[in-house]
Write a protein that binds this ligand. Structure first.
Ligand code: BG6
Length: 487
């Protein structure tokens, strides 16, 4: 196993109280992530107390966790590692109350020889967040603790403001970590490296050279076991007001004075302050056919499973540059891209029929998959007589570096950061409240949902929304496969 560099993990052993321990996120990401962090030696000691509404005991929680690892761990689960992890797992049903939770945490702490810290992870929907906070308060588990709150943080401005106020009655702001896992993705941080560690692109990173930006995250996924959560949340609250806007801020912010929490938050919050309120006329809401017939969904549901929107950042760098965002479930492809379209030059010297401009503008594209990729497309001359132009591209894939095995999954990275008290990649109360504020016109007057066929790219209206521009996806050329020679 690769040696873990010192200083990347917390100093003290951790007791993790995982509220929502039998939910979808815990199964897919949190339990596999904690397993990796604990078994790879990132944490000097770790015990996990699962809490949920389900009436399990510790034995059945261990079985649940094992199944989750078998299904979702991206790394091999060795017996010795599993046995150690299983021993560190315990379960307290919510119904057992605060005293039982307190006893379980204190018991776990006794297994460590010296000091330890507590990390509470609330993997629960917004409607359950406050009661979980109150439970932790009643159980007297605030001291020596940090708390990670899952998104969406509230459901609108009023609920986010009230959630913040009531949260502060129990936890201090410096204990609160509002997570947005897109910021933990390696390629999201690579946007910062790419923009600020290189002299090449930053001078043209503005409205004089950039025509528009797309942040496009179509998913082929359906709802799985999340119907209850999703029906009450919808694509805008689930993805846009959280992940897509956070990525937009990394893409659009001014250079921070340091890559540290306060300067980064300040620059992100300036982007959010410059965002114009989202006009319902700039939004297409969609729902896939068949959604209303699914179990747990209202047969007359108005929840959107798809959303596309145009938003604007009214500052000196970006005035007049549309930011086009799209995401949805059961779409044609699963992709996570940021695509920057550059302004086109006057092409007057090229002969008619040369193909100049025929395949859209030059693009810089970031793929936010764990194995990130980047490409820069441009026109070049097709070999041979005359002047015929083709769209070509320079591509980079993280695979090429041979370091792909070092990538931490987004939740792993962020859990580790929270254990160390590093909030650089977490969101702030001010930023979140501002995002709800710009969302108010849309939340108060949403356009009607339009149906789309599963497997499509969304309702037809998405094309009018961006005209005369066009959606970048589906790609006209596929990414080169780094494993294929000569590709
Ligand atoms: C989650 C949303 O936050 O992000 C899901 O709740 C979505 O609906 C998921 O599928 C996408 O994350 P990723 O990391 O798989 O792109």
């Amino acid at each position: 196993m690769a040696k873990i560099p010192s200083g990347v993990g917390p100093h003290f052993p951790q007791v993790v109280v995982l509220v929502g321990a039998t939910g979808d996120l815990a199964r897919r990401k949190l339990l596999p992530g904690l397993f990796h962090l604990a078994s790879a030696g990132f944490i000097p000691g770790c015990r996990i107390i699962g809490v949920s509404l389900d009436d399990l005991d510790t034995g059945s929680f261990r079985t649940f966790a094992r199944k989750a690892l078998d299904e979702f761990s991206t790394r091999k689960v060795l017996d010795a590692d599993w046995n150690a992890f299983a021993d560190a797992l315990e379960f307290v049903p919510l119904a057992a109350g605060a005293a039982a939770l307190k006893a379980a945490v204190e018991n776990a702490e006794k297994s460590f020889t010296g000091e330890s810290r507590r990390l509470h992870y609330l993997s629960v929907p917004p409607s359950a967040a406050l009661s979980a906070v109150q439970l932790l308060g009643e159980a007297d588990l605030v001291e020596r603790s940090r708390i990670i709150m899952e998104k969406p943080f509230g459901t609108d401005l009023a609920s986010a403001v009230s959630l913040n106020a009531r949260l502060h009655a129990v936890f201090n702001e410096d204990q609160i970590f509002r997570i947005d896992h897109f910021l933990g993705k390696e390629p999201a941080q690579n946007i910062l490296a790419f923009r600020f560690a290189n002299g090449l692109f930053e001078p043209i990173w503005n409205r004089n050279f950039i025509d528009h930006v797309q942040i496009d995250v179509p998913e082929t996924l359906a709802l799985g076991k999340r119907a209850g959560f999703y029906e009450a949340t919808g694509a805008y609250r689930d993805m846009v007001v959280t992940h897509l806007f956070q990525i937009l801020a990394f893409m659009a912010m001014e250079p921070p004075t340091a890559l540290e929490p306060a300067p980064i938050s300040e620059e992100k919050n300036k982007v959010f302050r410059s965002m114009l309120p989202i006009a319902p006329s700039d939004v297409v809401r969609g729902q896939y056919t068949g959604y209303r017939a699914e179990e747990g969904i209202d047969p007359e549901s108005d929840t959107e499973t798809f959303i596309a929107l145009k938003c604007s950042i009214d500052n000196w760098r970006w005035a007049g540059v549309p930011f086009l965002l799209r995401t949805g479930k059961r779409l044609a492809e699963g992709q996570r891209i940021i695509s920057i379209a550059f302004r086109e030059p006057p092409k007057s010297m090229f002969p008619a029929g040369s193909g100049v401009g025929a395949q859209g503008p030059d693009h810089l594209t970031f793929d936010l998959a764990d194995a990130s990729k980047m490409s820069l497309s441009f026109y070049g001359k097709r070999p041979g007589p005359g002047m015929r132009l083709d769209k070509l591209s320079l591509q980079f894939a993280m695979h090429d570096t041979g370091l792909i095995g070092d990538v931490l999954e987004a939740y792993e990275r962020l859990i580790l950061d929270a254990m160390r008290g590093d909030r650089t990649l977490f969101t702030t109360a001010e930023g979140i409240e501002r995002l709800w504020e710009v969302s108010t016109p849309l939340l108060e007057g949403p356009p009607p949902v339009r149906l789309y066929a599963p497997g499509s790219w969304g309702p037809n209206a998405i094309h009018q929304l961006v005209a005369p521009r066009a959606w970048r996806l589906p790609f006209e050329r596929v990414w080169r496969d780094p494993n294929r020679l000569g590709a």
